[in-house]
Design a protein around this ligand. Sequence first.
Ligand code: CA
Length: 232
Amino acid sequence: MTEERVPRTDHGTVVIVEDDHNIADLVDLWLRNAGFRVLQAAEATRGLALVSTEHPSLVLLDIGLPGPVDGIEVCREIRRTSQVPVVFLTARDDEVDRVLGLELGADDYIVKPFSPRELVARVRAILRRTEGSRRPAESPITVGGVTIDTVRREVTTEQGAVQLTAREFDLLAHFAQNTRIVFTRRQLLDSVWSMGWIGDERTVDVHVRQLRRKLGDALPLKTIWGVGYRCD
Ligand code: CA
């Protein structure tokens, strides 16, 4: 790895969403050696949570993920709120056809098995290309009849501006940035409160109740009995 012995500087954060730990760990190691901060997720929900909370410079996204949400759906979700460069890791050529045919706004794809050296080079090339062309500020997000301006931290419905507490706002923004994904109360505590937050899971219910009271029918938030909540 002599070529990789470059001065360690912070080149930004890369999120890897990949259920094959061998691949994820290998990519992780090479990117770290190249000066990146690396965060791993083994499934879609965690991956989307990392993208929305960590604001990575780039996302490496496996298509074949475990569970109901595959990498292609994850990319669609990311694109609803973010222009972060996305690179698909694909296992087969027919997946490449699918990715290209869908015009998902992915920035590149790499077919497995790949050389980690090549992957690092591709990541660097994409970041060079996209640097400076990023949007200056994130546009407001709309879910149902609710518009959320994450820069100004303002929420409006047809009835006008709605006053939320900081935590209510963060919870609403999290739902809005991750629509159609079911979150357990524990996952919400980890993402919106903080990792390992030791608290009663009913705290989430209390905040959800407040959001429903303040936003009414404009908020398309469903209770998934026995599991948690989903915003559509
Ligand atoms: Ca996989």
